[in-house]
Design a binder for this molecule. Sequence first.
Ligand SMILES: CC(C)(COP(=O)(O)OP(=O)(O)OC[C@H]1O[C@@H](n2cnc3c(N)ncnc32)[C@H](O)[C@@H]1OP(=O)(O)O)[C@@H](O)C(=O)NCCC(=O)NCCS
Length: 219
Amino acid sequence: MPIETSGIYYRLLTVNDKKDVIESVANHFCMMDPLCISLKFSEKERYEYATYAAMFLADNTSIGAFDGDQLCGVQINCSSHYASVVNVEKYLQSVSPKTKYFIRFDDFLQKVMDKFCGKNYIAGYWVSVDEAYSGRGVAQQLVVRSIKRNTISGQFDSIVGIATAPESKHIAEKYGFNLVHKMKMSDYEDESTGERIFADASIASMHFVFKPLTPKANL
Ligand SMILES: CC(C)(COP(=O)(O)OP(=O)(O)OC[C@H]1O[C@@H](n2cnc3c(N)ncnc32)[C@H](O)[C@@H]1OP(=O)(O)O)[C@@H](O)C(=O)NCCC(=O)NCCS
């Protein structure tokens, strides 16, 4: 059952939400995220990347915020076991070079998380809230609900976030995540071409944040 707060309710996203999620990622996340902006995606590339992001709905761990029927915020999560549900290699073959850059970057992020965050974590990958709803605590509710749900389920040992936006870093600190790794954007080199694709990004660094999850007894 959806839970309602201040007119917004939250529920798990499924593959049936794919179309709405693609629209949201293509027309919001890709237009606002500092790293997407620095890549100067075309419309085609935005939709290619959004289609890739929506593939992670198959992991059944993502959460949406809704105003009535309208999706107004997403947190697309990805577990450390995502490879069993998402075939990145196959999709990579079909997309534009710039989209490939970003998908390879996401793969690199996964490797960093594997190094710092253990073997059984859930990561909040794409978080975005439509501008009309920003500043109303929607992103925080997505994070809080993700922590709560995954604490109760006991399925994962930890929850990981990758903060590029200053708001995300603030939210992570507020809800007890610890910084485990900081990466300078100008240091990142594409593994295939060696290009420093984020050298001109508006953010200097990104922050990997981590929160252990302790399953609660007697719930
Ligand atoms: C980042 C984003 C998800 C935030 O969503 P939101 O629903 O507006 O966020 P919330 O209202 O839940 O919370 C914002 C918090 O950040 C704080 N904040 C706002 N601007 C800030 C800034 N420049 N630096 C630090 N904190 C800031 C707010 O005060 C608020 O915290 P508070 O409640 O403790 O006062 C949204 O702006 C977005 O979709 N951005 C584009 C996509 C993106 O960059 N995603 C993040 C990738 S990591």
